[in-house]
Design a protein around this ligand. Sequence first.
Ligand code: SF4
Length: 165
Amino acid sequence: MVIQITGTIVQSYYICHRQCWLMSRQIVPDQDHPFIEIGRLIDSESYDKDRKKIELEDMVIDLIKSEKDSILIGEIKKSSRAEESAKIQLAFYLYRLKEIGISVRGILLFPKERKRIPLELDDDLERKINEMFKDIEKILQSPIPPSAQKIKYCTNCAYREFCWS
Ligand code: SF4
């Protein structure tokens, strides 16, 4: 079975392998979950001036801006609690764009916290992404999801009914 690795799958891989598997099967989480609602609000209200959301193959890029001598893409998140996973999701976009010959710089934006973190793709990050692809493929090839493990993200995870009821 071939499953497309998307930015959200990459991000969930860093949070929870079970979540990663569930997303890959397009199992839809609870749409009324308050954190999904907050995500939607941030999505529709923040950075309106700069905003140009684009969808490209397996990527949905929140913001794209052309600057003097480069292109900047941004990923907008509601909280920096999962900063590492957000970084790797953005790095994945930079990697995919480089593969098709587009070199860009990245920035992570946390509007509620007024925080911005610039990100550039270097050799180390590329190696990390290649290793991650292999591991994600292994998880997704399994016919059943990894078992649920209680972690701090379960409290706000939209799949928690699915895992813990
Ligand atoms: S509820 Fe917890 S175990 Fe289940 S998918 Fe979410 S983070 Fe993973």
